[in-house]
Design a binder for this molecule. Structure first.
Ligand code: C5P
Length: 237
């Protein structure tokens, strides 16, 4: 039971160039991974039928499509995704967009996650894009707006999780990429945290890509992360 709960908190990012590669990775990971993220790269390479296939096979699927458009289009796109059996869908954290997505779920169990500010943006990028706020202020402002729009969760860096947990309370799902087991390659991530620390900091789900998919033994890498999550949960996170 504990291992199932720990496994549910690991989301493996299928950032792979083709559906065949992704399918092979899912087969290699077997029962050790129950939750997958499909992003734009794989989606545009034919990944949506794979998402439906995984959902039908009992896996959970996070479609990281980062929707943002006029409310009518966001609502209609969200309604389509809700039919696919996905568990999570991302939208950008603009109030209109979040309300439109949230309002289009009908009776489906799809959950909406909002992306507050892309982690590639710093204060000067926001100023150049015409925003009056720096990153910290804009993340907090959008997090509150996400709560008002009743979206189910937020994507954020593990460093932001403790403050957001304090600001938003226990019900908002916090999903964090930028997770690296001790000793793993950091790659292009700038601010990383171990799985145990991310969980201790209030994250509900961890998105992990390359430390699993590029590992010499992906299944063993996933098992080690799930064990680390389980140990942290046993300590009380
Ligand atoms: O390979 P790695 O573990 O760095 O993959 C992290 C995943 O999380 C990728 O799919 C990446 O696009 C996504 N992501 C991220 N940082 C964000 C938002 C999403 O790394 N701020």
């Amino acid at each position: 039971m504990t291992m199932d709960a720990a496994r549910d908190r690991l989301i493996v990012a299928l950032d792979l160039p083709s559906v065949a590669d992704a399918r092979a990775m899912v087969a290699a990971l077997g029962e050790d991974v129950s939750f997958y993220k499909i992003g734009m790269e794989l989606t545009y390479a034919g990944g949506l039928p794979l998402a439906q296939e995984l959902a039908r096979a009992g896996k959970k699927v996070f479609l990281d499509l980062k929707l943002h458009d006029i409310p009518n289009t966001v609502a209609r796109a969200t309604a389509q995704v809700a039919e696919m059996g996905a568990t999570f869908l991302t939208v950008h954290a603009y109030p209109q967009t979040m309300r439109a997505a949230r309002g289009a779920l009908g009776s489906s169990s799809l959950k909406i996650l909002a992306v507050t500010v892309m982690t590639s943006y710093d204060d000067s990028d926001l100023a150049a894009a015409g925003y009056a706020y720096g990153v910290k202020e804009l993340v907090a402002r959008r997090a509150r707006q996400a709560q008002e729009a009743q979206v189910h969760g937020l994507i954020l860096s593990p460093e932001e999780a403790p403050d957001m947990r304090a600001l938003l309370g226990p019900d908002m799902l916090l999903v964090t990429p930028g997770v690296r087991p001790a000793g793993a390659e950091i790659g292009d991530q700038k601010r990383v945290m171990t799985p145990a620390r991310a969980i201790a900091g209030g994250a509900d789900h961890l998105v992990v890509g390359r430390p699993v998919t590029q590992a010499p033994d992906p299944r063993a890498a996933a098992q080690a992360i799930v064990r680390e999550i389980a140990q942290q949960m046993a300590r009380g996170a």
